[in-house]
Design a protein around this ligand. Structure first.
Ligand SMILES: Cc1cc2nc3c(=O)[nH]c(=O)nc-3n(C[C@H](O)[C@H](O)[C@H](O)COP(=O)(O)OP(=O)(O)OC[C@H]3O[C@@H](n4cnc5c(N)ncnc54)[C@H](O)[C@@H]3O)c2cc1C
Length: 388
């Protein structure tokens, strides 16, 4: 029976970073020749979601991430230079997300069996003389079995199912004895209603603004940036960043929970109410708001009220679903994982990395940082088993 030393399930950000890092770590070790690893990826190519990140540019980490230098060093070692924009977001120097994927796949090269089009269905622990894992999956409608001493689950969450992440990892983690906390789509648009406003007529408009999320009427979080109006609500990075804070209690229906939240929008964060009022008679809100928004806003709100522009109340009617979400809130419970090595505290030899774990950040490179960092941590811990 052929048995891999390590099987990585999921060829996305965490899985590819883990594989590339593991190969680097074991390369110079005495027994590296015999080390066999495979990556099992559902899609026909690895890294499909990476290619779509950051609007195709891949915002791969952030100035505020404690592990950013580790990430930048790792990428430099596989040929990807990075730069930081004015907002503290790091991108590959070429501004091309697909270059990040290419560098990762090239770094892995022929040192691992990359099996694409392979959908993992079951992972079980086999207890015989030596304990190992049996992975059952489907490849081109045929059932296949893979055996491995160690398994890293890097299957992502449920956000962006069009990129292959349909939450399969949660079922597998539960079957292996892990707790999975309740999951919600986050970093996504919010559908809203506002008195006298037809959102469809605002679709496509962009405006600088501050969005404030209120819970039971009390502001809990705010962000400023470009608000993008959609046919049924608002979107844009500042809006995305409110969504991790909209939660349902343990047994609460999400629709009921939503009723406790609302949004206040300040469409002129750089101006006081007095300044707005002083210029309103001559210009209305035009010049602060774009022509199109000023027209729609002035029309729908009656007189151009400075107070309304700075204090626009929106009711939340929903959160965009998994297809529009960039990340997942919730996942495999962190207290069941050794966060230094990413090994399961329940099943020895089983590791987790990336979005599948209950760790999530705002937009700006934090979620990819989590994926690279946890993938690399797992790889280093597994590689440390091999002798120098
Ligand atoms: C459109 C979009 C843009 C984003 N932009 C950014 C950004 O700029 N910066 C940032 O920090 N974050 C961004 N994110 C979030 C970030 O991409 C994810 O958090 C990150 O990719 C998670 O890495 P992962 O390896 O855990 O999962 P993924 O990268 O999603 O990889 C998981 C892999 O597992 C595979 N898989 C799933 N189930 C199976 C199975 N049963 N068998 C085999 N394989 C399976 C999937 O096909 C997938 O390839 C964005 C997300 C989206 C959707």
């Amino acid at each position: 029976m052929m048995k891999y030393d390590l099987a990585i399930v999921g060829g996305g950000a965490a899985g590819l970073a883990a594989a590339a890092s593991f190969i680097k770590e074991v390369k110079n070790k005495a027994d590296s020749e015999e080390v066999r690893i495979c990556i099992l990826e559902k899609n026909e190519t690895a890294g499909r979601k990476i290619n779509a990140t950051g609007g195709g540019r891949c915002n791969l980490t952030n100035e505020a991430c404690p592990g950013k230098e580790m990430t930048r060093g790792f990428f430099r070692s596989i040929g990807i230079e990075t730069y930081c924009d004015d907002e503290g977001r790091y991108y590959p120097y070429t501004n091309k997300a697909s270059d990040v994927t290419k560098a990762l796949v090239d770094a892995i090269g022929s040192s691992a069996d990359l099996k694409c089009g392979f959908t993992v269905k079951v992972i079980s622990r086999v207890k015989s003389d030596d304990e190992y894992f049996m992975i059952t999956g489907m490849q081109q409608s045929a059932m296949e079995m893979i055996f491995a001493d160690k398994v890293l689950i890097a299957m992502g969450g449920k956000a962006g199912p069009q990129y292959g992440t349909t939450g399969d990892g949660y079922t597998l983690a539960r079957t292996l004895g892990h707790t999975v906390t309740r999951v919600f789509p986050i970093l996504t648009g919010i559908t809203c209603s506002a008195e006298g406003v037809d959102f469809a007529s605002l679709k496509g408009i962009r405006a600088k603004g501050t969005v404030i999320l209120n819970k039971d009427g009390v502001p809990i979080v705010r962000d400023t940036g470009e608000i993008q109006f959609t046919e049924d609500g608002i979107s844009g990075i500042c809006v995305f960043n409110l969504t991790p804070h909209i939660k349902a209690d343990k047994r609460e229906n999400f629709g009921d929970a939503l009723k406790r939240y609302s949004i206040t929008v300040d469409l002129a964060p750089d101006f006081t109410e007095e300044q707005l009022a002083a210029r309103a008679e001559s210009f209305g809100s035009f010049g602060i708001l774009t022509q199109k928004l000023a027209a729609v806003f002035d029309e729908h709100q009656g007189d151009t009220s400075a107070a309304k522009i700075k204090n626009w109340q929106l009711e939340i009617t929903g959160i965009k679903g998994w297809r529009d979400a960039q990340a997942t809130f919730g996942g495999v419970a962190l207290d069941e994982i050794d966060m230094d090595t990413m090994e399961s505290r329940i099943v020895p030899g089983l590791y987790f990395a990336g979005e599948i774990i209950d760790a999530q950040g705002p937009c700006g490179g934090f979620n990819l940082q989590n994926a690279w960092e946890t993938g690399i941590k797992a790889a280093r811990a597994i590689a440390s088993d091999y002798s120098e």
